[in-house]
Design a protein around this ligand. Structure first.
Ligand code: FA5
Length: 338
């Protein structure tokens, strides 16, 4: 019987180490330790041993056999549990990188898209791109644009001053956040000789309360042409060409007489929304002789036109967005639509 026990242990331990699943380990357990199992069967035949000492000795080795086999079963069971759990985790893992296709990769901000496309349109019309600083001098932003101190038009631009002390004039730095891109007209004329054909897109700042058509920080694109014999017809033609190229057919634009100190005559440029209402996109006009002079250009020899359009408003127009603020909320449900 001792031999049977030794053989049973050997077989059981081999089966335990071969077991590849919890079901197999349960089967080994039942078939070895269970009542009808190999060791269980040997235990039942203990009673047949007549010699009491021998019965005790065999009983002890049977107990040891039970103990060593069940310890091996427990150990293997823990290993198999760990293996099966790891396999389950691997099977259920969501590989999010696989779900990232080109369509879900996001896109440039609508204003950046409009900015870049506007540059493309105007470069296509023969313009080059210029730029100027966001922190400007009072002279470039107002004075040189025919708005000297006390000019009522200054009040139109709710200006954010830098280092401005309401109670102490001497503390003024003469610097401000530019309220429009028009100071780039002056910088360009001072830096280069006519003929000039430039556009200058950029960020501008006003103490405006946000609403459906206003932001305190927004974007404009300035245009400046200085050449010989430039007329209002050239301005109208350029705006027409730009409207077609940027908005496409089906959009209508109009020029409406207006007033800006830096252009004479001046006009406002409106575009018709799909719902039939008109939205003001910008101002334009023939560059005022005083402005040409401030830029070092002789108004007897040269003439020019200028325009300044709101890029944010163009972006909302183009996409049929009703509230300009929606573009700055960063709500993924909104952004994903474009
Ligand atoms: C100007 O800023 C002039 N410099 C435009 C100009 C340039 C006229 C050259 C003549 C020659 P205005 O303040 O109207 O003008 O602003 C121009 C455009 O900027 C507006 O038509 C509008 O499209 C946009 N804009 C103005 N304020 C805001 C705002 N708070 N939020 C978003 N867009 C604005």
């Amino acid at each position: 019987m001792t031999n049977d026990i030794a053989a049973a242990i050997e077989t059981a331990l081999q089966r335990v180490s071969d077991a590849a699943s919890l079901d197999e380990i349960d089967a080994v357990s039942g078939e070895t330790l269970g009542k009808k199992g190999v060791l269980g069967g040997l235990k039942a035949s203990l009673a047949k041993i007549a010699d009491i000492e021998e019965r005790k000795a065999v009983g002890r080795s049977l107990n040891e056999a039970f103990a060593s086999v069940s310890a091996a079963i427990d150990e293997r069971r823990q290993e198999l549990i760990a293996i099966e759990r790891a396999a389950q985790v691997a099977g259920e893992r969501l590989d999010l990188t696989e779900a990232m296709d080109a369509a879900s990769r996001g896109h440039l901000h609508l204003v950046t898209q409009a900015w870049q496309e506007l540059e493309d349109v105007f470069v296509g019309l023969g313009f080059t791109v210029a730029e100027g600083p966001e922190v400007e001098t009072d002279w470039h932003n107002f004075e040189a644009l025919n708005m000297s101190e006390g000019h009522p038009a200054r009040g139109e631009f709710d200006t954010l001053f830098i280092g401005h002390d309401e109670h102490e004039d001497a503390g003024d730095s003469g610097l401000l956040l530019r309220t429009h891109t028009s100071p780039v007209q002056i910088r360009t004329m001072l830096a280069s000789e006519p003929p000039i054909y430039i556009v200058a897109p950029g960020r501008v700042f006003r103490r405006d309360t946000p609403d459906a058509t206003h932001m305190p920080v927004f974007h404009q694109i300035e245009g400046l042409v200085v050449d010989r014999d430039i007329s209002m017809a050239d301005l109208a033609g350029t705006i027409e060409a730009f409207t077609q190229a940027f908005f496409g057919k089906g959009f209508t634009s109009r020029l409406r007489p207006s007033y800006f100190p830096f252009t004479e005559p001046s006009a406002e440029f409106d575009i018709r929304r799909p719902d039939g209402s008109w939205l003001e996109l910008g101002g334009c006009g023939m560059v005022h002789p005083e402005v040409l002079r401030a830029g070092g250009v002789d108004p007897e020899e040269w003439s020019g036109f200028a325009f300044g359009f709101g890029i944010d408003r163009m972006a909302v127009m183009r996409h049929g967005i009703t509230d300009i603020r929606d573009m700055y909320v960063n709500d993924i449900r909104f952004i994903e639509q474009f």
